[in-house]
Every structure is written in structure tokens, then in C-alpha cells.
Design a protein around this ligand. Structure first.
Ligand SMILES: [Zn+2]
Length: 690
């Protein structure tokens, strides 16, 4: 315990081969409540006993803890497959089908060889060495944060073997379970429960909010995965039964238990799992949450960490999301034909995706409606019919509080995949016959553009004040882009926004998400143009019972009001092109970020740097840092975080003297913030005038 600071706000004592940890579990947002609850975690350090002797809860600091669960073992089940490193650019791959090749599944086993207790600021980390799962070896880690109801458990595993892709399930298991009831919410949000400890064979369960909990008379314990990081990229965001409950799960986890899981075949299309390159420390995390109330109280406590899977309203901002292949237009036409109607087909009065976005607090949605390879070859009449219907449907489904905007992933003429966004309905055809004019007049629709090459694309976006950007840069159909056209006129034009960010590929050894695109942002800024990255989601069909939140991110635009569809939505495009927004997975809000009083997208005077940051977050923060570039290289400057306290806010007012970046004049500075579950938020840069 030499790295343990006894003034830490997590008290650790060792008694009779047991490690007893006690900490204040009452959270910041519970402060109004009179209680001062403390959590207790007792670990058995002697072999042949369940690892966790007890998890309990006490009414105050000195009261004895009442047990919630006793004699349980954490479960990690690791499935190890083979990455195809030849098919694309090595590890930067989405189009892989790992589930179709041989793979092995292993229950992680702990043969305890050493125990270390470390203070990390005022939180505590207990490291139990001797964990192994097949070819992976490492340690089991318990993290406790003061003023936080979470017990953050990580199986930290690495392998020397090359070409490994992994996926995992986790939870807890007991031979003598002491809980009376298991509870969850079904995909409609209805409360569900199973009495006793479920003697049935383990089965997968579809649930909302990803949390399953057990309760007894003393309190309750919920288990859930990292809300975004646990979901590797897929085309479909269906709820694939991400929880399990029952006896002898997968024949490996002996006893009665519950937890979370991933089906090995995902959506049965491209199923890339997680990258696990040799030597990397893969952090397979699970969160336990404790409550003195019922299991449903534990679920409510867990839901607060993802703001109930919604994007919280933020003054002066509007939530905007992009890149959705819901194919509403084509489904509308198909159903019209099936139902023999020329009106709104039954079942599409309010489509599932519209309801889903409204429920999540998303205010402005930009579709990527037509994205298949057939669209560029469509004859003009059919193409215009589809566009007209998309525009009409966006208008019909938009209200004062919700704006649905047309958009496509046309993928023609530039190389790679790209997204189109116009400030009003624009009619254009993705081909142009030899000798045919670029622009024609069409009765009822006005100007129709015929676009046959990259110069036509640029001319169209200039004339119609549109924006386009690289979809999924440097991966999938954009492998090699935008790099390959970074010196072309259509990239250098103001009509080219930059590119888009999404967590892909996924790697559990990376403390961030979507590093591929964050690195590209730095490259593009150092190339010298004002090119930005917005959050993209890039999924197909959406219904309210899907697990969309796990795959989602959102852009908070600095926009006072939602434009009406009937007017131009130019203000939305202006926010993007002027860098007036931030991107987040939802848990961390960047309420304020200024340098010398200037916000993202604006230009500050050079010299000393007065930094002002205000964050609103849920999980304890892991890191907050500035990234600065001088046109050639990039540097980071970390701001201190108290790795503690959940569901709170933090502010920084720091003067960084000119010598803060010695012998080096940054031209731009941007901000990133990440929490212990891998959720994050970031801004476009503030430009520095040199
Ligand atoms: Zn694409």
C-alpha cells in the first residue's frame, strides 16, 4: 500500500486477509438529501473464496454497512478472434467479419499473485495481479471515486499475439446469491422483474438504458457497461439483447448471475469487434452502482449518468445530428405501392426515427438519405421524384421544435464518400449527359443541376451555398481521403467543411473514442485551412426500441432558435462552417470555452493565453486538455482534473503565460474532455493571430 495516500477520501484497511474499502457514495446531486451514505467493498485476498466478500451500504460515515450482495465473483468472458490486416489499412478497418472466422471464448481467471492499492488524486485503485483469459494476461482493477455511487471494475488484459480482435461479456455471479429480485426496464421503458435469483439457465435480455439490478431489504446493486465505449461500430443500432440473467451463463460463469453481453454476430453484416493489437492494455470495464433503495432506484441512479439517454438542453445551443441512412423516402414509396395509396402510408404518420430523436432531445436532424450505388445512375425523372418526396417529407415532419433536413451521401466525382448539405431544397442529378447543360429549368421545381464531375460539384455548392465534407475519413469507402484531395480546389473552397467524427475503429486500450478523426482534425488545421470535424453517427434504420444511444454523439450548435423548414436553415450551416459548436457523446457538456474571450471558430490575439472553461459532466473526469498546433506540429497541455465526484461541474480559469508554449507559437488551440467511461466532448479550435 506504499502508493496509497491515507488522507485519500477512500478509506482502505487490511484485516485478516481481507481488504476493506469505504467511501462516501452520496453524489453531488444528492446533496439536498439528508443522508450521507457510504459504500463498503470487502475483497477476499485468500484463494478459493469468492473475490468479493461483500458490497454494502451504510447510512453515514461511522454506521455499520448493511450487505447488498455477498460472496460474489466479477465475471469477464473474453472472445478472441482474428483481425484481417490485409483487407484494408491494417487496424483501421470497419469492413471485417470477425464472427465468420474461428474464435475462442475464455472465462477470465484470477490467480492472485500481488495486490497494490494506489491513490490517484483522491480516488483509489486496487490492482489484483494474476488475471488471465486465453492468450491474454493482466490484472483485475477496482476503482472507487469519492462522492460517487460507482464501483468501476476493469479487466486489464494484453497479449503478444498479433491480429487479435476481441469482444467481451461481464457481470457478477454467486453460488449463494442473497438477492430477492432482479429488475430492469424493457425496451419500451416498462419496469420488469424476476423474483428470487433466477434458477433458470442464463438467457439474453433486451433492455433499455443497459442496466440490470438486484435488490434485497438493505439496498440494490446495478451492473452496466460503458454507455458508448462498449458499442463497437455497426451499421444497425438494434437492441441485440445486451444483458444476461440466470444460471451458468454460457456454460462458463458457474452460479447465478447477471450482467451485460454482446452477441458475437452483431448485426450479421460487417462485425469488426474491438482491435486488440499486441502489447496494448485492453481495459474491459464494467460499472456497478449501489443504492440503499430498490433495484429500480439503482437503475434511476445509473440513468443519471447518461442523462436518461438524452441530450440535455443547454442555453444558447441547439442539438444537431448528421449522417442517417434511414431510407425513409424509399420506404415511403415502397409502402405506398404495397398499400395502394398515393397519400401518407399507414405506419409512417410519425416514423419511428422521428419519435426516437424527439425522445432523445435531438432538435435538428440531417439525413444521408440516398447512399446506395444505384442513385448516380438514376434517370432524371426518377431522381427528381425521390428528391421531391424527401423534401416534402422533411417539411411535413418538421415542427417548431424539431427540424428534419434533407441530405445525402452521394459519393460521386470527388473520390471516397462524402455528405451533402444545402440550406434549402436543391434539385440536382448525380450525372450529366455529354453536351447537356449544367443547369436547366424544371416546371414546378425551378433550377435542376446536372453534375458530372468534380468541377460541377464545386460549382453547385458555390451557387447554392451548400456544404460538403468527407464521410468516415480514412476508413470504409473513404480510405485515403480527404488526404488524397487536400490540395484540390473543391477541398480548399469554403464550401468544403472538413470531415466527421465517429468512434471507429474501436479499441479498448485507447482512453479516447474516434482518435482516427481527432488526429485528422489536427492534420487538417496544420495544413492551414479552417476545416472542422462534426459528429456523425452513420447508422441505418432507427426505431424507438433500438440501442441508438450507445452509438450516438451529437453536435451542440451555438444557435438561439431552430429555423423553420419553410425558411432557409442557412443558420445551421453557418454554425458548422464558422466552428460555432462542440461535439459530445452526451455526458460531458462544454458549457464555455474561451481563449482571451474568443470562442471556438473565432480568432484571439497572440500573447499570453487567458483560458476559461466550464464543463458539466456525469462520470468522474479522466482528462481535460488543450491541443495546440503551429502549422507543423501539435502539442498537448493537460489541465488538472480531480478524478472524483460524479454528476457535477468544473471550471478552469487559467492564465497560460506566453512561455506556456516556449519557442513555439500556436496558430490554433482546441479543447478535449474525457471521463473514466471513455465518454468525451471536444471543440473546433480558437484561432490565434500571430
Ligand atoms: Zn459511407
Amino acid at each position: 500500500m506504499s502508493k496509497y495516500d491515507p488522507t485519500s477520501r477512500v478509506r482502505v484497511t487490511k484485516v485478516d486477509g481481507k481488504l476493506i474499502l469505504r467511501w462516501q457514495a452520496e453524489e453531488f446531486s444528492d446533496a439536498q438529501r439528508a443522508a450521507n451514505e457510504h459504500g463498503e467493498l470487502i475483497l477476499n485476498l485468500s484463494p478459493d473464496q469468492p473475490l468479493i466478500r461483500r458490497i454494502g451500504i451504510a447510512t453515514n460515515e461511522s454506521a455499520p454497512a448493511q450487505p447488498i450482495v455477498q460472496d460474489i465473483d466479477p465475471v469477464t468472458i473474453l472472445t478472441v478472434g482474428e483481425r484481417n490486416l490485409e483487407r484494408r489499412s491494417g487496424w483501421t478497418i470497419f469492413f471485417d467479419k470477425v464472427h465468420k472466422r474461428p474464435h475462442t471464448t475464455h472465462l477470465a481467471r484470477l490467480e492472485l499473485s500481488s495486490v497494490q492499492v494506489e491513490s490517484v488524486q483522491r480516488s483509489v485503485r486496487v490492482r489484483l495481479d494474476g488475471l488471465s483469459a486465453g492468450p491474454f494476461k493482466g490484472e483485475l482493477v477496482f476503482n472507487l471515486y469519492p462522492a460517487c455511487r460507482l464501483i468501476h471494475v476493469e479487466a486489464v488484459l494484453s497479449t503478444d499475439e498479433d491480429r487479435r480482435a476481441i469482444v467481451y461479456d461481464a457481470g457478477i455471479v454467486s453460488g449463494t446469491p442473497g438477492w430477492n429480485k432482479t429488475v430492469w426496464r424493457d425496451t419500451a421503458g416498462q419496469r420488469q422483474s424476476a423474483d428470487g435469483f433466477s434458477d433458470q439457465s442464463a438467457r439474453p435480455l433486451a433492455l433499455k438504458h443497459r442496466v440490470i439490478a438486484v435488490e434485497n431489504a438493505n439496498g440494490s446493486l446495478g451492473v452496466f457497461p460503458a454507455p458508448h465505449k462498449y458499442f463497437y461500430p455497426l451499421d444497425f443500432a438494434n437492441n441485440f439483447k445486451f444483458a444476461w440473467l440466470g444460471r451458468d451463463y454460457r456454460g462458463l460463469a458457474k452460479g447465478h448471475g447477471f450482467g451485460f453481453r454482446q452477441p458475437l454476430d452483431g448485426d450479421n453484416r460487417f462485425v469488426p469487434w474491438f482491435n486488440a493489437p499486441p502489447g496494448t492494455k485492453q481495459r474491459l470495464s464494467a460499472f456497478y452502482i449501489i443504492s440503499s433503495g430498490s433495484g429500480q432506484d439503482a437503475i434511476d441512479a445509473a440513468k443519471r449518468y447518461t442523462r436518461d439517454d438524452t441530450f440535455k438542453p443547454l442555453k444558447g445551443h441547439r442539438t444537431f445530428t448528421s449522417h442517417y441512412h434511414v431510407e425513409h423516402t424509399l420506404e415511403y414509396l415502397r409502402r405506398q405501392q404495397e398499400q395502394g395509396t398515393s397519400g401518407i402510408p399507414e405506419g409512417l404518420e410519425e416514423p419511428g426515427f422521428v419519435k426516437t430523436f424527439k425522445d432523445m432531445g435531438v432538435e435538428i436532424v440531417h439525413l444521408a438519405e440516398f447512399h446506395n450505388g444505384r442513385t448516380p445512375r438514376l434517370k432524371t425523372p426518377e431522381r427528381l421524384k425521390q428528391l421531391k418526396l424527401m423534401h416534402d417529407e422533411c417539411e411535413r415532419l418538421s415542427t417548431r421544435k424539431f427540424l428534419l433536413l434533407p441530405g445525402e451521401e452521394p459519393n460521386v466525382h470527388l473520390g471516397g464518400h462524402w455528405i451533402s448539405f444545402f440550406p434549402r431544397p436543391v434539385y440536382w442529378v448525380l450525372n450529366r449527359a455529354k453536351g447537356a447543360p449544367f443547369a436547366t429549368k424544371h416546371d414546378g421545381l425551378g433550377t435542376v443541376y446536372h453534375v458530372g464531375n468534380a468541377a460541377d460539384v464545386l460549382e453547385l455548392f458555390k451557387r447554392e451555398k451548400g456544404l460538403n465534407w468527407t464521410a468516415h475519413p480514412r476508413i470504409k469507402g473513404s480510405t485515403g481521403f480527404p488526404d488524397a484531395y487536400a490540395k484540390k480546389d473543391y477541398y480548399l473552397s469554403d464550401t468544403f467543411l472538413g470531415t466527421a467524427w465517429k468512434s471507429m475503429p474501436a479499441d479498448l486500450s485507447d482512453s479516447r473514442l474516434g482518435t482516427r478523426v481527432l488526429d485528422l482534425q489536427d492534420d487538417m488545421l496544420n495544413w492551414g485551412q479552417k476545416k472542422y470535424i462534426l459528429g456523425e453517427v452513420d447508422v441505418f434504420k432507427i426505431e424507438p426500441d433500438y440501442e441508438l444511444y450507445g452509438h450516438m454523439n451529437v453536435n451542440y450548435l451555438r444557435l438561439d432558435k431552430i429555423p423553420r423548414y419553410q425558411e432557409s436553415w442557412q443558420p445551421v450551416l453557418d454554425c458548422l462552417s464558422e466552428g460555432r459548436y462542440f461535439v459530445t457523446t452526451g455526458e460531458i457538456l462544454i458549457e464555455e470555452f474561451t481563449i482571451n474571450g474568443k470562442r471556438s471558430g473565432e480568432t484571439a490575439k497572440a500573447g499570453s493565453i487567458d483560458l476559461h472553461v466550464q464543463l458539466d459532466y456525469t462520470f468522474p473526469l479522466e482528462s481535460v486538455f488543450l491541443v495546440a498546433g503551429n502549422g507543423k506540429t501539435t502539442r498537448r497541455r493537460h489541465l488538472s482534473v480531480d478524478r472524483e465526484i460524479a454528476l457535477a461541474g468544473v471550471g478552469y480559469d487559467i492564465r497560460i503565460p506566453k512561455s506556456g508554449f516556449p519557442d513555439w507559437n500556436p496558430k490554433w488551440i482546441r479543447l478535449e474532455a474525457w471521463d473514466i467511461a471513455g465518454n468525451g466532448a471536444f471543440t473546433p479550435p480558437v484561432w490565434i493571430e500571430n
